[in-house]
Structures are given as structure tokens and as C-alpha cells.
Design a protein around this ligand. Structure first.
Ligand SMILES: Cc1cc2nc3c(=O)[nH]c(=O)nc-3n(C[C@H](O)[C@H](O)[C@H](O)COP(=O)(O)O)c2cc1C
Length: 216
């Protein structure tokens, strides 16, 4: 049994990102894994500051006094998989989610007290991204998907998949005929099984991808 943290990065607790996040959590549970659900707004209130003036002088720890550190140490690091749901804001992630990533710096930079432990605890996770947005234009989500591709690469994590739900008013993604909730559930169910490949020209491999027989 693996542990998965599902993170809703919208300020709306009952909005579209949250609806998709719950659908993904259902899939994780159906696959027999342990799931924890977090509303990011409950844990992250402060923006990243200048660490030089912000860190405690005695032990060099971060002094931003919200729930970020406990989210990081007690919920994120122990998880084997991470499912992040965000509304699309200005063609990118929500401000809260950007702050969540910015503040990793307080714990991973060389001058942070136990940065090696934190860095080691961030790597190797399987990640899925859920995006709720109003526009169905394909280009609307491209920047955010690319950012996730890069930040998961940087963190030695594997981006397993992305589900996009179209909707604007609360819970409207349920009416999206593209079935984003089904997609989110499937991503949750297959988080640890989905095939993720990243070949180079000289990668040794079979000419077949799947075990099943080829169609005639
Ligand atoms: C500040 C803000 C910026 C937004 N920017 C975009 C955008 O660039 N593209 C888009 O398609 N929708 C945009 N939207 C709409 C939301 O992405 C959409 O309503 C989404 O379903 C909200 O998800 P939530 O219910 O989880 O908060 C924006 C909404 C807000 C409040």
C-alpha cells in the first residue's frame, strides 16, 4: 500500500479543482492505497520572503509561522504520490500553489538546516496534475503543463498525467462532456502503474509498447 497526498490549491473548498481532487482520491482508494486530502489554504498563508532576513538567527529555520512546515514534513514528504489540483489563473497555477513551490526554497537551499533530508524526501514521487479552467482552448493550459513537466523533472519526480476539467461556477466540471472526473479517477487509480517513458534515440527497447497482441 502506497501513500498519496491529494492537494486542492484553489481557495474554493467546494469548487472545480476540489471536485476533481475528490474524484482522483476515489481512484487512489479504489486501487487500495492510503489517501490524505489537503486544502492548501489551510496550511499556506505567507509568501516567500528574503531568507537572509527571515530565518531564525539561532538555528537558521524558516520563521514564517503558518502550517507550511508541518504540511511539508508530515504530509508531503511521507507520500509516495502527489495529486495536485489547481484552478487555471492567468494561464498558470493558483498563487497559493506557486507559493507552495516557492517556499520549498526555505527548506531545500544549501543554507537550510536539514536540506539534504528534505531534498531526499521530495524526490521519486509519482505526480498527477488536475486543472480546472473556463477556457477549452488547448493553448490555455500549455504553459502550466510545461511548468509541471519541468518542475517534476527538476525534482526527480514522474509526471504521470494531466486531467483538464472545463467549468467556471462551482462544481461545473461535473457537466463537462469530456468526463474530466472520470479521467481524474483513472489517474488516481493508475498513479503507480501508468507507463511513463522518456526515451533517447539510443534507449534500448522493444518495438512494441504493450504486451497485448497487435491488431491485424
Ligand atoms: C484570478 C482568476 C484568474 C483566472 N484565469 C483564468 C484563465 O487564465 N483561463 C481560464 O480558462 N480560466 C481562468 N479563470 C477561471 C477559473 O480557472 C475557473 O473558474 C475554474 O473552474 C475555477 O476553479 P475552482 O472552482 O477550483 O476555483 C480564472 C479565475 C480567476 C478567479
Amino acid at each position: 500500500m502506497s501513500k498519496v497526498l491529494v492537494l486542492n490549491a484553489s481557495p474554493r473548498r467546494d469548487g472545480n479543482s476540489s471536485t476533481m481532487a475528490h474524484a482522483a482520491a476515489e481512484g487512489v482508494r479504489a486501487a487500495g492505497h492510503e489517501v490524505g486530502f489537503v486544502h492548501l489554504a489551510d496550511h499556506v498563508q505567507g509568501l516567500l520572503r528574503d531568507c537572509r532576513t527571515c530565518r531564525s538567527r539561532d538555528d537558521g529555520t524558516c520563521t514564517i509561522g503558518d502550517g507550511y512546515e508541518s504540511l511539508l514534513r508530515k504530509r508531503l514528504i511521507p507520500a509516495d504520490g502527489l495529486i495536485i489540483a489547481t484552478p487555471l489563473y492567468w494561464y498558470g497555477m493558483s498563487g497559493a500553489l506557486k507559493t507552495f513551490f516557492d517556499r520549498l526554497f526555505c527548506y531545500t537551499s544549501g543554507s537550510a538546516p536539514d536540506s539534504d533530508t528534505i531534498v531526499g524526501g521530495l524526490t521519486g514521487k509519482r505526480v498527477a496534475l488536475l486543472i480546472a479552467c473556463e477556457e477549452s482552448y488547448r493553448g490555455a493550459t500549455i504553459g502550466l503543463v510545461t511548468q509541471f513537466q519541468e518542475l517534476t523533472r527538476y525534482l526527480h519526480q514522474e509526471l504521470v498525467g494531466v486531467a483538464v476539467g472545463i467549468g467556471n461556477s462551482r462544481g461545473e466540471v461535473r457537466s463537462d462532456p469530456g468526463n474530466p472526473l472520470g479521467h481524474a479517477t483513472d489517474l488516481g487509480r493508475r498513479l503507480f502503474e501508468a507507463r511513463v517513458t522518456d526515451y533517447r534515440i539510443d534507449t534500448q527497447r522493444s518495438n512494441r509498447v504493450w504486451d497485448s497482441p497487435a491488431m491485424p
